[in-house]
Design a protein around this ligand. Structure first.
Ligand code: HEC
Length: 159
């Protein structure tokens, strides 16, 4: 009986440690994605012609992608599949492909930053990079919900 109690206690401690780790990783990756998505708001509206072209926010989102890609990529340990997350099981099933999308995204953000020098280059280069969001979000990517659902999620505070 005593042995059982000790074993049960040990299991509980292990389970709560794993849970804490989960929550941290999930928070880390969601924070990284939020930083990018927030920085992307203005350039996205410029792309749709709803705001006039402005270089500073464009370069800021391209930098945010490069700065946060590794943090995002590191936020998916095996014990973070469940919890306060929208990531689908495909992240872990197709991990190499998922990581490759992130690496290419960061590399493309760097070349795009150099390629955009004015409004006309923005109009050509930016939509190509923005299409990467759809490589993961929605039915085509399958790693995360559609973008409009993910943007709604961003309205609630991160725990
Ligand atoms: C490499 C795949 C990938 C790419 C590329 C990607 N996302 Fe995400 N995104 C995810 C995953 C996975 C989640 C879910 C994270 C979680 O809940 O654990 C997510 C979550 C989000 C969220 C919700 C953040 C929150 O509050 O939890 C927003 C908003 C978002 N992405 C916007 C974007 C935008 C905008 C782009 C393009 C600029 C983009 N994403 C590109 C995979 C990606």
């Amino acid at each position: 009986m005593r042995r059982l109690v000790i074993l049960t206690a040990a299991t509980l401690v292990a389970a709560s440690a794993a849970y804490a780790q989960n929550a941290d990783a999930i928070k880390q990756r969601r924070e990284a994605m939020r930083t990018i998505a927030q920085a992307g708001g203005e350039p996205f509206r410029m792309m749709r012609g709803e705001l006039p072209f402005n270089m500073a926010p464009v370069q800021a989102v391209l930098k945010a992608i490069q700065d946060n890609a590794d943090k995002f990529k590191a936020g998916f340990p095996d014990d973070s599949k469940t919890g306060s997350t929208d990531a689908t099981a495909k992240v872990w099933e197709a991990r190499a492909e998922f990581n490759a999308i992130i690496d290419k995204w960061a590399a493309d953000a760097k070349t795009t930053a150099a390629a955009i020098t004015d409004e006309s280059t923005f109009k050509v280069e930016y939509p190509k990079l923005a299409a990467t969001c759809g490589s993961c979000h929605g039915a085509r990517g399958g790693y995360a919900p559609g973008l409009s659902d993910s943007f709604k999620r961003m309205q609630t505070p991160l725990q």
